[in-house]
Write a protein that binds this ligand. Structure first.
Ligand SMILES: Nc1ncnc2c1ncn2[C@@H]1O[C@H](COP(=O)(O)OP(=O)(O)OP(=O)(O)O)[C@@H](O)[C@H]1O
Ligand SMILES: NCC(=O)N[C@@H]1O[C@H](COP(=O)([O-])[O-])[C@@H](O)[C@H]1O
Ligand SMILES: [Mg+2]
Length: 395
């Protein structure tokens, strides 16, 4: 295999920016694509294109123009049927066009995991009308969680405590749905001990390997903090703890094998006292995996790149307990400044990534604080404190 390769990144946010840096460090050529100009990855890529990634015509135009060796999706919202076509034409889609198609909608990956592979998931049902949702809710019970089948980062998602709240949840899900699908999934609420992302690296010609598990905390369905390693509380002794991690690894291997190809996957699990419950997965680097920007010898973006290009991954070493905490905007603005940077960086083993997004909206993720410490608790406290010092301000 000869480098450089031409990589087309579909989606150019913060995850794509770090992937682009990793790709360029090994001499590759990156074309960054997104729906708006000056997206984070575009700031560091060789070339960029602004298109609608849901438009087959737009995708055709940029792929014909640049003739990439690899198409690397960075977000879910892509016209995935077109990716299947590109794959048939001989372009490698990462991890596979099928994987991007199955994970674009929550129902397809759920059916694969639960029905085809027999993996334990939360009890669930689908609804396409309010009355279907009402009867599904009484079947599943309360509390439950309602989400559009097409959405990410918690958009349109709510926890429903009782029957009177079902209508509000329906309207919220429909408003938060991507595209014009009026289909929602309703899930049993899992009262988990911890939720984890298991970064799973599927390789072309080598066995699947894993990063130490990442614990995370979500609000409004969006990640706020992540830490590594996740302490899966040793219920019933240390061996039990180990067993739950092995169980998660076995499920991650099973699901990623069914999707095929190569690359990193962020496989999400709910861990309860006696169960490992599969939630969903990203067939690409995961937002909670940004902690690996400080924690590991090879971060999740470098691992993705090596897996994609079939380069060796001799070892994955975690340097120390580590954490990440998000830096969110509070309002709409297109003049972004950050205050408190010097203060945040005055603490040893703290670092920042400020993504350079050209505008903000309430709760938009604008950066992340990273920290290493002697324990995950200390690392979390340091990351949260550093993030709290940064304020997203406009002029
Ligand atoms: N059935 C459930 N029981 C308990 N909590 C849940 C359930 N489903 C989702 N959640 C909570 O909401 C979060 C977001 O849900 P999920 O991962 O399904 O959505 P998402 O919008 O795809 O998020 P992302 O794209 O950021 O991964 C979960 O990480 C978890 O904290
Ligand atoms: N949970 C998925 C995730 O974190 N995706 C990351 O967020 C970007 C979109 O951010 P934006 O909505 O602020 O443009 C995506 O491009 C990706 O980097
Ligand atoms: Mg998720």
């Amino acid at each position: 295999m000869k480098l450089p390769k031409k990589l087309m990144l579909l989606g150019s946010g913060e995850l794509g920016k770090e992937f682009t840096i990793a790709a360029q460090r090994l001499g590759n050529h990156v074309v960054a694509v997104d729906r708006y100009p000056h997206a984070p990855a575009m700031q560091v890529a060789d070339e960029c294109e602004v298109i609608s990634m849901l438009s087959a015509d737009d995708l055709e135009r940029v792929v014909s123009k640049h003739q990439p060796d690899y198409i690397i999706p960075e977000i879910e919202a892509i016209r995935t049927e077109k990716l299947l076509e590109f794959e048939q034409r001989g372009i490698t889609v990462i991890p596979t066009a099928k994987a991007t198609d199955y994970t674009m909608n929550r129902d397809r990956i759920r059916e694969l995991a639960h029905k085809e592979l027999g993996v334990r998931t939360a009890k669930y049902a689908y609804a396409t009308t309010l009355s279907e949702l009402q009867s599904a809710a009484s079947e599943i019970g309360f509390p439950n969680v309602v989400k559009p089948v097409m959405s990410s980062s918690g958009k349109g998602q709510s926890v429903v405590a009782s029957a009177v709240e079902v209508e509000t949840a329906w309207n919220y899900a429909i408003d938060g749905s991507r595209g014009d699908t009026h289909k929602v999934i309703i899930e049993e609420f899992i009262d988990f001990e911890i939720e984890i992302t298991l970064l799973t690296i599927k390789q072309w010609n080598a066995p699947t390997i894993f990063c130490p598990p990442i614990g995370h905390r979500q609000e409004r369905g969006d990640y706020q903090e992540s830490w590594q390693p996740a302490q899966i509380k040793p219920v019933g002794g240390a061996s039990r703890n180990e067993n739950r991690l092995l169980a998660a690894q076995a499920i991650a291997t099973q699901v990623t094998d069914a999707l095929g190809g190569a690359g990193i996957f962020g496989v999400e699990f709910f861990i309860t006292a006696d169960e490992v419950i599969f939630s969903e997965l990203s067939p690409r680097p995961h937002d909670t995996g940004m902690v690996t920007l400080i924690s590991q010898n090879l971060n999740e973006f470098e691992l993705h790149l090596r897996a994609v290009l079939g380069l060796p991954i001799p070892n994955i070493i975690q340097y120390a307990p580590s954490a990440s905490a998000v830096i969110l905007a509070s309002k709409n603005s297109d003049l972004i400044y950050f205050s408190g940077v010097a203060d945040a960086l005055s603490v040893p083993d703290v670092d920042l990534r400020l993504f350079g997004k050209p505008d903000s909206r309430p709760y938009r993720r604008m950066g992340v604080a990273l920290a290493k410490a002697e324990t995950t608790e200390l690392a979390r406290a340091k990351a949260v404190e550093a993030a709290s010092k940064i304020e997203v301000v406009d002029r």
